[in-house]
Design a protein around this ligand. Structure first.
Ligand code: FES
Length: 352
């Protein structure tokens, strides 16, 4: 409801203030609309020198933001990670973190402060009383909003105040660079690390559970045995990474039942050694069906035919399981004749 809708006798009394007469609510008219107080013009609206000063202040804030962003990038590149600095009353903290935090905070603060100062001192200062209206705006209101928006854009004087416009665009354009340099923290690319495992010629196959080297007689038809390379102990540094690449599963299939010729050549009397790591997204394969010679990954049910080169017969895996060529050494233990001939697991980017 506007003050025009209120009967004259219900309107509040007027009171003199330094800015002129203002209507005030009293006991008799507690909810009466007091209306807007007389408008007080800003100094920038009446003094062009004050407007110029504000313009320079806004430009200075945007410029400081640009410098802070450059400082952020320079700090990231030049300050060593292990350097510390004493800050009272916190104590010793990482110099790099301190510099990054301060410069990033300053860059953001100056963009915000510049925009607020610009709006408060230089943009349009018309006071408007807006009546309440239904939530859904009619088309003419929407059109008016668009007009007001255009008018606001015009009154912000972006075209006229080129110094502000250019420094603001500079600050906004430069700031995202802070995020780009942080991409370096994603770390180096794996290179050929995924292409090689611990397996090499002469490495013994060791039972994953008992830690004992395996003989051919340990692998019986129908069983599924997990193995690792000799010399890989659980307390070793990097054990998890190495075992995730080198884990092996051994099955024994009657040589006549092995359909793939190369698999047969790479086996020892029907003992086949395949990577235990699923080629879909790398879950460890743990189920084996003796009659069909199928190995099943429990994560998404990819199924591999171990009698046929471990090719995929079901599920989302894209590749057969890599096979390790094995033989028996002169002491009667199973040994590798080299590394896998292709990357293990879902290392699809490593495949030719
Ligand atoms: S990880 Fe094996 S099927 Fe998805």
């Amino acid at each position: 409801m506007s003050s025009q809708d209120i009967p004259e006798e219900n309107l509040p009394a007027e009171q003199d203030t330094p800015h002129g007469a203002v209507k005030v609510a009293d006991e008799a008219h507690p909810f009466a609309d007091p209306g807007l107080p007389p408008h007080e013009h800003r100094i920038q609206d009446i003094d062009e020198r004050a407007a110029k000063r504000s313009e320079r202040t806004v430009a200075l804030l945007f410029t400081v933001s640009m410098l802070a962003t450059i400082g952020f990038i320079a700090s990231y590149v030049t300050i060593p990670v292990d350097r510390s600095v004493y800050i009272f009353p916190i104590g010793h903290i990482s110099a790099l973190n301190f510099a990054l935090g301060m410069t990033l905070g300053l860059a953001l603060f100056c963009i915000g402060a510049g925009a607020v100062h610009w709006a408060r001192t230089l943009m349009s200062d018309h006071e408007i009383a807006d009546e309440r209206h239904p939530i859904e705006a009619p088309p003419e209101v929407k059109a008016k909003v668009l007009d007001d928006f255009r008018q606001g854009a015009k009154e912000s004087a972006l075209g006229r105040r080129k110094l502000i416009r250019n420094t603001m665009f500079g600050a906004l354009a430069l700031f995202p660079l802070s995020g780009v340099v942080l991409l370096r923290d994603l770390g180096p690319l794996p290179g050929t690390k995924l292409r090689h495992t611990m397996w090499s010629k002469g490495k013994l196959l060791v039972n994953m559970n008992t830690n004992e080297p395996l003989r051919p007689s340990d692998i019986i038809v129908g069983s599924l045995t997990f193995a690792k390379p000799e010399g890989l102990e659980e307390h070793d540094h990097g054990f998890q990474t190495e075992i995730a690449k080198a884990a092996l599963m051994l099955v024994r299939i009657q040589p006549d039942d092995i359909k793939d010729k190369r698999s047969l050549e790479w086996s020892h009397e029907g003992i086949l050694a395949y990577s235990k790591i699923c080629t879909h997204v790398g879950c460890p394969i743990s189920l084996y069906e003796q009659q069909t010679h199928h190995a099943l990954c429990p994560c998404h049910q990819s199924t591999f035919d171990l009698a046929d080169g471990a090719r995929v017969i079901f599920g989302p895996a894209g590749h057969a399981l890599p096979q390790l060529r094995i033989d028996v050494n002169e002491d009667g233990y199973l040994e590798a004749l080299g590394d896998f001939d292709e990357p293990v697991g879902p290392a699809f980017w490593e495949r030719g």
